[in-house]
Design a protein around this ligand. Structure first.
Ligand code: AMP
Ligand code: GLY
Length: 450
């Protein structure tokens, strides 16, 4: 069953060295959290971004996540004990397989396992087989078949590109006409190869929640649930984005409900992967919709959510690196218990103008960080880089995640929004209503363009 080599070091090394692979806010928050642990000697991030070296003595390695051979050489010469792969693209491309084949210890699923995210049709087949609650679906390989299905169902559908489309491959349609247009667009090549196959889904309703399980191939543990905000504008208006903010823990799901989600969704998912001969050592992220009939899976991802990860990481105990190491080795049951802070964590993403369609980049970023409360405020960079003059400039749509913790959500969000007043770059944009679900003092401001 185990296609992956298992290296022999079973115990977490003293003074461990870790490499996080990726360049987003998610990877910076993972690096920041692990670098806090006394057992960690050094955290590297490849390729990282303009803020990587500003956190807890992390170091950047200027190696792209697509360059497996250079990553292997660097890991060997730096004696890296654990590699954590952040994003779905390198996972789907087989980076974890390549690094493992070189004898390295990796947290992140093999390419076969990453199909959970990289092929919606594959994930749907797996859910059907394992009896996992999800939206009814139909798969089409060409436009005519898709239109036939639409006519037969006679209701607006959700149209999904089968493959990876950077979070943009889904259109939730509200009319038959819109569904038809979405089908036409997708088969015209809107998402390239990712849209050669299309999954049509029944439209579900209800609040969404992100559930994360750390898996070691045989068993799993869950993290506190988080809620993301996918739309660009306040009031959940505007286009879908990678995520404009998040908070955790999301109390919309109780501990008992989380246990039930574990038993009815996560464990059956892992068992179905095992039946396919897949030794899944990484994150299963189940995006759920809490429908009237109960929680249903709307998507799987094979990695931490971004920005959910930025909200969650400050809540993690110092055991995180050791837990990820054990998961990477298939020995999660021997890992120390992962502890979680009791604080509430809030994250707001600051984007450049034009995001998500056409983000404007290259503008100077200034951050007048209030250091007095540094323990409870973090700034995780994503779309930032240092220019030739070593100035910090914007380099991507989602520039920064501002994260804060407090005993209650009202204070956590107040601190984050106060901190955002100290962040400046041309065309900065952020939602004002992140966490409105849990802020009892929230007052909507009706200034958002419709
Ligand atoms: P995905 O990329 O699959 O997460 O989809 C992006 C967003 O589309 C989700 O976060 C949901 O808001 C929405 N969505 C996806 N599938 C469905 C569905 N079956 N019913 C309603 N909304 C959906
Ligand atoms: N925040 C949604 C995602 O990471 O896909």
């Amino acid at each position: 069953m185990n296609s992956e080599k298992t290296p022999r070091q079973l115990f977490f090394p003293q003074s461990a060295k870790i490499l996080v692979i990726g360049s987003g806010g998610r990877e910076n928050s993972l690096a920041w959290t692990m670098a806090k642990s006394e057992k960690i000697n050094q955290v590297f991030v490849a390729p990282g971004n303009g803020g990587t070296e500003e956190i807890n003595s992390c170091k950047r390695l200027n190696i792209e996540e697509s360059n497996g051979q250079e990553l292997i050489s660097a890991c060997k010469s730096l004696k890296i004990d654990l590699i954590v792969i952040g994003g779905e693209k390198p996972l789907a491309a087989g980076l974890a397989d390549e690094l493992r084949a070189a004898g390295l210890i990796v947290f992140g699923p093999c390419a076969k396992g990453a199909q959970l995210e990289a092929s919606k049709n594959w994930a749907k087949q797996l859910m059907t087989e394992a009896n996992i609650p999800t939206a009814q679906f139909w798969t089409a390989n060409n436009k005519n078949d898709a239109i036939k299905i639409l006519k037969k169902v006679g209701e607006p559908l959700v149209v999904k590109a089968d493959g990876l489309a950077a979070g943009k491959g889904v259109r939730v349609c509200s009319s038959l006409k819109e569904t038809e247009t979405a089908i036409h667009e997708i088969f015209k090549g809107k998402f390239g190869k990712a849209g050669e196959k299309v999954v049509l889904e029944e439209c579900l309703e209800g609040p969404e929640i992100s559930i994360f399980a750390l898996c070691d191939g045989e068993s799993l543990i869950t993290l506190p649930p988080a809620q993301d905000h996918k739309r660009l504008l306040d009031g959940d208006k505007g286009p879908n984005t990678g995520g404009m903010g998040a908070y955790a823990p999301a109390k919309i799901v109780s501990q008992e409900e989380l246990n039930e989600i574990k038993e009815t969704i996560l464990v059956p998912t892992l068992e179905a992967l095992i039946r396919r001969g897949i030794n899944y050592r990484g994150v299963i992220y189940a995006g759920l919709m809490l429908t009237k009939e109960g929680p249903k899976v709307i998507e799987y991802n094979c990695r931490f959510g971004d920005p959910e990860c930025q909200a969650l990481m400050p809540l993690m105990g110092p055991e995180l690196a050791e837990v990820l190491y054990s998961a990477a080795l298939g020995t999660l049951k021997k890992a120390p218990k992962l502890s979680f802070s009791k604080l509430m964590s809030a994250c707001v993403v600051a984007t450049t103008s034009g995001y998500p369609e056409d983000p404007k980049i290259g503008d100077k970023i200034s951050i007048d960080f209030d250091k007095s409360d540094k323990n409870r405020i973090q700034i995780f960079h994503a779309g930032s880089k240092k220019n030739d003059l070593e100035e910090l400039v914007t380099s991507g749509g989602r520039v920064l995640s501002i994260v804060g913790q407090a005993e209650n959500y009202e204070d956590a969000f107040k601190n984050v929004y106060n901190e955002l007043k100290n962040v400046h770059f041309e065309g900065i944009n952020y939602r004002l209503d992140i966490g409105n679900q849990v802020r009892s003092d929230f007052q909507p401001i009706n200034n958002t363009p419709q």
